[in-house]
Design a protein around this ligand. Sequence first.
Ligand code: ATP
Ligand code: MG
Ligand code: MG
Length: 580
Amino acid sequence: ARELEWANNPPETLAAHKARNGPICRTRFPPEPNGYLHIGHAKSMNMNFSLAFQKLNVPPEHRRTIFRYDDTNPDAETAEYIDSLKRDLEWLGWKPERTTYSSDNFGKLYEFAVELVKKELAYVCDMTKAEMEAQRELAMKRANARARGLDPDVEAPITDPNILPGRNRNTSVERNLELLEKMKMGLFAEGQYTLRLKMDFESSNPNMYDLVAYRIKYTPHPHAGDGWCIYPSYDFTHGICDSLEDIDYSICTLEFETRREPYYWILHALDLFRPAVYEMSRLNLQYTVLSKRRLIKLVDTGVVRGWDDPRMPTVSGLRRRGYTPVILNTFCDDIGATRSANVVEIKKLEQTARLALAATSRRAMAALDPIKVVITNYSEQSENMVYEVQNSPTDPEAGVHTVTLTDVIYLDSTDFRMEDSKDYFGLAPNKAVGLKYYGGNLVCEEVIEKNGKIVELKGHLDNGPDRVKPKTYLSWVPSNSLPCEIRVYNHLFTVPEPSDLWEDEINPDSEQVFVNALIDPSVAEVIDVKDIDKWKSNTALQLERFGFFVVDLDTTFDSKTRKGSIVLNRTVSLKEDKGK
Ligand code: ATP
Ligand code: MG
Ligand code: MG
């Protein structure tokens, strides 16, 4: 309570803020361009662009969200990341009021730093990293003693005032101004000095232990160029940018709760408008990781093929996997905003995808690993073997396509076994099974093997009144099917909640590639197989039995294994835990 006294006073500039904002309510989405956006960011965007306003009853015409690049650490930030953030945000359908860069405020931030030095609320510090750590540790021990009603001078006495409170706290304003100016001019080495805020070592919150506001870094900045060799810290920058942009609600994730205090301390010290801060829980999703540090490692070590690998929980990976903005935003709406930490079940996301895709994707038949079947009595068939298939199993309005039973067809190899058994519904030697759309049976007469491998089956059609009633009707594809490569994805991790040993928990079988797959030729009506550029349509298909698929959007991905001209990625199976 002692620490928060000043935070509870309404800021002097609240009235001015209200005058500037009028009825407008403003939030911001401030990613750091040090990686690609992931599904956790999708939750944050959904919150900042939509949910927060709904909760606050802000009418649509008064809602504003700023898209801010929180770019204060040039070591980790790149132009590639900057571009990807914008692309993914736009793809998800969000329309920012404007796009800003924290680094555009570097000049102003420096002026504020000077102001704090003049107010004796900031000082230049020459303590080493190790000294600062010792300082922090001792201050924490003393705070713990105080919290337990013990005497900190007994429990954790101060033995070296150079460390706590530190030897630089009482440097004169003139000397501090001179040192800060020299830091900015590039007269010191990296790590030699920092600018620190003169906060409170008696606080119970370690984020109040004289935070570093500026550090020296001789790294050019991807947006601001090479004009600076000192860079403001996240804590120093963030609140000031919120305030300068007239943000009403600054929404962040729960781990920032303890940063509220320095956030308000800084704005109070500078007499700036203080936005309301709200924390929500981070999204954690089963079978994946959502920390950029870990995602970068997956990319750098080649576990995945890139940030947009369909197994990645990134927005670009999910897009390539066949997830649409509707699916992702519906999912975010459903999980809402909570303050309790939890891990969301992956089936929740998958079920959202199925519901959306069932309504919008076109049906077709395929064989992932085809096995050839020669029909021996084809010429004896009197009926015309062209069948009508509804494009959507649930929506007759979506029209129909046809599929033709030819003298050679292909089944998926999982639908044939040399040995039959009771619980097995597929084909086996001398067994009869139904064929989808044809309605009659296929009876296996002969298995042709070459070097111990089954290369072909022979069978006849039977549509007679006395035929065996089949247990199931298999999907198949005709002889003029289109070759394609089909990639089936599984979880990136073998356990629902990857631990600290997460690298050992990576699933070695997260991708299965079927390079000789076949798909019925009707899909040429929706996928132009001759013009690769038209694939950008993100066409979705539901392949009977195998799941929902999307045409792979990455036309640059020219895998050595790629044989077919069409590449399909599986978005999700048709039913939970079933299918291939
Ligand atoms: P990381 O630890 O992965 O680097 P971050 O929070 O530093 O994550 P930022 O790019 O700074 O990543 O995040 C931008 C915004 O998105 C922040 O407001 C942050 O709180 C929010 N955010 C990031 N990850 C998640 C998540 N998993 N769930 C919800 N919000 C998130
Ligand atoms: Mg981060
Ligand atoms: Mg961040």
